[in-house]
Design a protein around this ligand. Structure first.
Ligand SMILES: *Cc1c(COP(=O)(O)O)cnc(C)c1O
Length: 480
């Protein structure tokens, strides 16, 4: 079995096996014609169940042949221009090279003695990111597993900084379009069930600052403690960006921690044409960025950044076997002192490779392209009487619904849109997302693939209209 250990004696097997895996994926890239095959859990589950995990195949070739059947053939491929559903990006090649290197070397970024230069590379990228945000000289941060963890850590720091012992009195303010991880974090942090105050949005799905001001005043009047305001820079559904300067001013007035959730909008940090959309983010006490969304990085790659590095002490715990107190005096950089995780991937390497090969402008250019595409898509939808489109996009999402020419009931229109999404997924021709707006069923394109064209958008809209029409046709017949 030692032949399978990666070491000096097996370098050749390593090279061969990894190359074979890469070849399989490369073959997929050049052969698939649709983002998905339409496989169902019922068709795939027996294939996966039939694999006898106690009978190994012995070599990578055989395992890869099997993998073709149980995974690669029916995977959902984000590089396909008609994958338009969630915040998944096609990945850039330099990052994939980084991924291959980091998992083979397998550095763990908790301590210096498990990573050495890896720690310094991560720190440089944190400094680079806080520089782009403009958080100032005392800023710091750490890579995380994703936006959910970044938001949790930011709110943990905010809770510890809030000057009260009564956690039941703490309130967190986020817009009604904020991410659900804010609520999840509040629960994990032991805040009360009413801790998260949902602030209404305006027509453009941006937090209404007048409403936030009223809620903050009410909070104070009721003797409660405002713990944090979570402003979203790129809501998951609409890509809308809350008015950061106004929110920052209110936070300063009330002495409240400002967290900016830029999990989606962080790509603007690299944009040479749209960076101003993030103006005000420099006032944040903490920021979430997901490089695995708008920086075209493979999952996972994310970070939480803070204005004042001293606040990270709330995540610091010492273990004699790992990061004893004296290592702080010895100035040994142990990233575990800043992280919720212990053993931690060297995800930073992917971004490092990306910046060293393409540069930030390269990333920004790709993100700008998808934002431009969304603007064109909006024009298309707004001019098409078959569709109702919700907001003009600031980033790269489009939320819309099919509306039939003939007048039908709202519930039937909901079902027709739901059906269209499901039928499209089953056909595998395209993958789109869905969401609800004012209680009604809508469809969503999240555009993160610069290879997607307006023609793709137009073709997918025709497919959606076709499926919806067919459903309405059948169901109106049944009703009559
Ligand atoms: C995606 C997203 C998150 C969660 O990030 P994960 O990386 O999926 O954990 C949080 N906030 C916003 C606004 C997001 O779009």
């Amino acid at each position: 079995m030692r032949a399978h250990l990666l070491n000096d004696a097996t370098a050749e097997r390593y090279r061969r096996s990894v190359t074979e895996g890469v070849e399989r994926v490369a073959a997929k890239l050049t052969s698939i014609r649709k983002p998905f095959t339409g496989a169902t859990p019922d068709t795939l589950a027996p294939l996966v169940s039939a694999v006898d995990l106690d009978r190994p195949l012995g070599d990578a070739s055989a395992a890869l042949d099997e993998l073709e059947e149980v995974y690669l053939r029916d995977a959902v491929y984000f590089h396909h221009p008609r994958y338009l559903a969630h915040l998944n990006c096609p990945v850039v090649i330099p990052a994939v090279v980084g991924e291959a290197v980091l998992s083979a070397v397998n550095s763990s970024l908790d301590t210096w003695d498990q990573s050495a230069g890896g720690t310094l590379i991560e720190r440089r990228l944190i400094d680079w990111t806080v520089g782009r945000i403009g958080l100032g000289a005392s800023a710091d941060g750490v890579f995380t597993s994703g936006g959910t963890q970044s938001n949790l850590q930011a709110l943990l720091l905010a809770r510890e900084e809030a000057k009260t012992d009564e956690s039941a009195k703490l309130r967190v303010f986020a817009s009604e379009c904020g991410h659900f991880s804010v609520e999840k974090s509040a629960t994990l942090l032991g805040l009360g069930p009413d801790a998260v105050v949902s602030v209404p949005c305006d027509r453009d799905k941006r937090m209404r600052t007048v409403a936030l001001a009223a809620e903050l005043a009410r909070c104070r009047d009721e003797g409660l403690t405002p713990m944090a305001v979570v402003a979203t820079a790129g809501t998951t559904d609409f890509g809308s960006i809350d008015p950061l300067p106004e929110i920052a001013a209110l936070c300063a007035q009330y002495g409240v921690w400002l967290h900016v959730d830029a999990a989606y909008g962080c790509g603007l940090l690299a944009s040479t044409t749209r960076r101003t959309l993030l103006d005000g983010i420099e006032h944040a006490d903490s920021v979430t960025v997901d490089y695995h969304k708008s920086f075209f990085q493979p999952v996972s790659s994310s970070a939480v950044l803070v204005r004042d590095r001293a606040t990270l002490r709330h995540a610091t715990y010492h273990a004699d076997y790992l990061n004893p107190r004296r290592t702080v005096e010895e100035r040994i950089p142990n990233q575990v002192d800043k992280s919720l995780q212990t053993t931690r991937r060297f995800d930073a390497l992917k971004l490092w490779m990306t910046l060293r090969v393409m540069g930030a402008d390269g990333i920004g250019e790709l993100f700008d392209e998808v934002c431009d595409l969304a603007a064109e898509g909006w024009e298309l939808l707004a001019a098409d009487p078959r569709f109702d489109v919700v907001v003009r996009p600031s980033l790269s999402t489009l939320v819309f619904r099919y509306i039939p020419e003939r007048v039908t009931g709202p519930a039937l229109i909901d079902r027709a849109n739901l059906h269209a999404r499901k039928a499209l997924f089953a056909s595998g021709e395209a993958v789109v997302a869905g969401t609800s707006v004012n209680g009604r069923q809508y469809l969503k394109f999240t555009l993160l693939n610069p290879e997607t064209t307006v023609r793709d958008i137009s073709a997918v809209l025709d497919l959606i209209a076709g499926h919806a029409e067919q459903y309405l046709g059948e169901n109106l017949v049944h009703a009559s």
